[in-house]
Write a protein that binds this ligand. Sequence first.
Ligand SMILES: [Zn+2]
Ligand SMILES: [Zn+2]
Length: 356
Amino acid sequence: MQCTCIAPNRAYVVRTMAKMRAVQISKPNAQLQLVERNIPDPRPGTVRIKLEACGICHSDSGVVSGVLPGIEYPRVPGHEVLGFIDAVGTGVASWKAGDRVGVGWNGGYDGTCDACRRGEFFACVTQQVAGATFDGGYADYMIAPTSALARAPAELVATEGAPLLCAGVTTFNGLRNSGALGGDLVAILGIGGLGHLAVQYAAKMGFRTVAIARGRDKESLARKLGAVHYIDGAATNVAAELLKLGGAKVILATATSSKAMSDALGGLGPGGKLVVIGVGPEPIEASPFLLLSGNRSIAGWYSGVSIDSQDTLAFSLLSGVRPMVEVFPLEQAPQAYARMMSGAARFRVVLSMTNS
Ligand SMILES: [Zn+2]
Ligand SMILES: [Zn+2]
């Protein structure tokens, strides 16, 4: 698109507006589509980010399919974003061009609603979602409110840092808020996109880390990532195996099988907690007697807000936790998305804007 201006000398000049690549979804269940757009300018209270990389998360399917309510189309998905600020809007004081930043699922909060005033920013009533309520990271540039920004260390490789903004913070924050202490038995249920990070975080936090998956395929990897025990959920009774190890203080459920969660519950020790971060459609079944007789509980943990993401990036750098990634150039976003949806990726699929 071009804009035509009349110069003071009345001669016509044509100014070509700067363009960028974006991958959008035009309506629910349409194909992802590579388009050219004008590079947007930051509004007051927001920054423009020149993107290095963006992870593709299963939650993006909620935007592609239209399952997430209230989305306006066309929409650019993407909420595992890493890049550099290259322009700031008016009223932005604490961020500047050149700052390296990340943006995750939580796309900002207002700081004024009752939930925010109680410090529960994740529950903000006007909460925004990156790549859902505003355009996200499947593009060369995006605009984000400052409340969505996490400071990103320079040392992180972009394509390894991006998945930490959703898969990373979800597992890291779930574990550090679980109540488990160093030395406690902590089980990671499911070794996939979330689980392979959770095993690393749990080991680095000093937990006796148990990896649980179906079959033996992932055992050697799980042990390499830091698990000291491995339970084959297809061949053994998970609850009984956990009890043999003393009973879990925490089971972090990263898989989407509610049945697997129900089956593992009996492996909680006294005061143990099943922390749910994987989402399946079926209900979890629990014996009331099991819960009350051992002070056991089932809880969910919302991923985190921008400061949690910042902590996740810093901890990952400190401890050496990194995702295993498959990298695609931005223009191959449809193939990359299909690869993620296939469930066969090992383990996170990431778009790179710099290696096209
Ligand atoms: Zn996500
Ligand atoms: Zn709020």
